[in-house]
Write a protein that binds this ligand. Sequence first.
Ligand SMILES: Cc1cc2nc3c(=O)[nH]c(=O)nc-3n(C[C@H](O)[C@H](O)[C@H](O)COP(=O)(O)OP(=O)(O)OC[C@H]3O[C@@H](n4cnc5c(N)ncnc54)[C@H](O)[C@@H]3O)c2cc1C
Length: 415
Amino acid sequence: MRTEPHVVIVGAGAAGIGAGLELAARGVPFEILEAADRVGGRALTDRAGLPVAWDHGCHWLHCADENPLVAWADRLGARYLRQKAQTCHYVLWSDGRFASEAELVEADQAIGRAFDIVDQAGAEGRDVPITDVLPDAGRWSPDVHCILGLLAGEDPGRVSAMGYADYADTDSNWPLTTGYGDLIAHMSHGLPVRLGVSISAIDQRPEGGVRLETSEGGMQVRGAIVTPSTNVLSSGAIRFGPGPAADLLPLIADVPCGAYEKVAFALRALPAELKGKLFGTFTPDGGASMNLQVIAGESPMIIVHMAGDMVRNLLAEGSDAMRQFAEDRLCQALGPDFRDLILGRAVTGWTQNPLILGSYSAARPGAAARRHQMIGTDTGSVAFAGEAFSLKWQATAHGAYQSGRDVAARLATHL
Ligand SMILES: Cc1cc2nc3c(=O)[nH]c(=O)nc-3n(C[C@H](O)[C@H](O)[C@H](O)COP(=O)(O)OP(=O)(O)OC[C@H]3O[C@@H](n4cnc5c(N)ncnc54)[C@H](O)[C@@H]3O)c2cc1C
């Protein structure tokens, strides 16, 4: 007969692994139950789809000078670039041509100004859509919207400026060249993870303890740490019985995950216009901007990043529409010969993945205080962790990891 663990952690993403490492360090018996057939959640390094490995989800060690996962990367031999992107690393294409050096500086200043204004709005307590506080950036407005949309994982008009400004950016972002998904998977080695087991119901017993319904039967445990995305929690996929954990669900619904997907192109060689570049933004006449990451080296790649309604509208036509859109726009800017350079294509599917249902969390306008309340409320034997439960590192993998550690430490002292 199997001995029941004291604590069940629901989900083996960065938060679940962080929580597991904390409980292991404290000697609390636990088990991580993960519905998918792999560890990592939104941390996924794909080694099968293209000739080169690439990250579908997290890729950059954000706030790298403070990020606790940098130490893990060093310990486990993962590699990252301590890069600081300069204006000369960007390429902008709009009005049917590539921007000059002087225009790049102008665009960079417009983007910098936009972030300063959002921070200022946060400091002033302006819980309004980001778009309400942005000044007109003229020609660079689509670029500004695109960058803000990617960092918020959603159209800026649907995100609270005050909520966004809670993120404490240190402007230090290092790409993990060996893959963020691989790092999280390596960190999980030795932890008791059961894959392919989904939780469908969580009942917080008034007399103490927690009853879980899983795809492998019922379990009675002393505590649970719940880490699926806010969109999964709001979808009703897990039924919560009455109690303090269920009472948090209306707050969680106001901090939903947006839509953010990538289209990856493995190339024979980089087009001349992208040599020496790290990032680009391509904007067609009167259209929304599309951002791209340029990866040089023996196996070059372009990874296109798109967020918000642009993604939703394309996905409504099917995931190949997203690939086609990205490829057509690259050809528009780089010329039709670009297609001959493509060795392979792949797309992500976070929005439609039933275990994720979106990108990462952002407080709706008017709901900036909700994340504070979600983090500050002690829900007893059923605790929540994940990227949405981090304030200064919201929406990131290291924020999820740290939230898992913090919540596990709190629960362990309760038990
Ligand atoms: C396109 C994209 C790019 C990103 N880029 C970056 C970046 O560069 N840097 C960065 O720091 N962050 C980035 N992020 C954000 C980062 O990936 C996430 O914030 C982080 O990985 C979330 O971890 P988590 O543990 O909170 O949630 P998740 O990773 O979603 O983990 C939750 C787990 O719960 C499981 N689950 C769901 N339902 C059930 C159930 N009923 N029973 C059991 N298990 C269940 C899921 O399968 C999943 O494994 C990006 C995200 C996306 C989508």
